[in-house]
Design a protein around this ligand. Sequence first.
Ligand SMILES: [Zn+2]
Length: 121
Amino acid sequence: MDISRLRKEVYLLDSERKELQDRSVKPHNIIRGSLYTIYRKCGNPNCKCARGEKHAGKYISISKNGKTHLTYVRKKDLKRVEKGTRNYKAYQNNLARIREINEKIYTILEAIRDERVKEYK
Ligand SMILES: [Zn+2]
């Protein structure tokens, strides 16, 4: 087994993790949920929506305990919420990558140990 190659891999994974950590320790504007456009009728029988031209609205969708909750996003907040939900998704991706890196490093360190470990007799 090429231990120096394994060491190099640990080093590379570690610096990638460091970068992800540095980007994640001070989150700015992260908003949980996904943004959706939903078309609805308002209930007024004389409105254009009653003739099929429904009202478009932006909603944040969050699932809690298997249930989906929708929250209407006010027009004045839309830019911030769009950015915030994008940031949240990126944050979640960072976390997933950090977990993957941790597992890889763990596996490599075990392999290095197994290569070097001695039995006392
Ligand atoms: Zn309407």
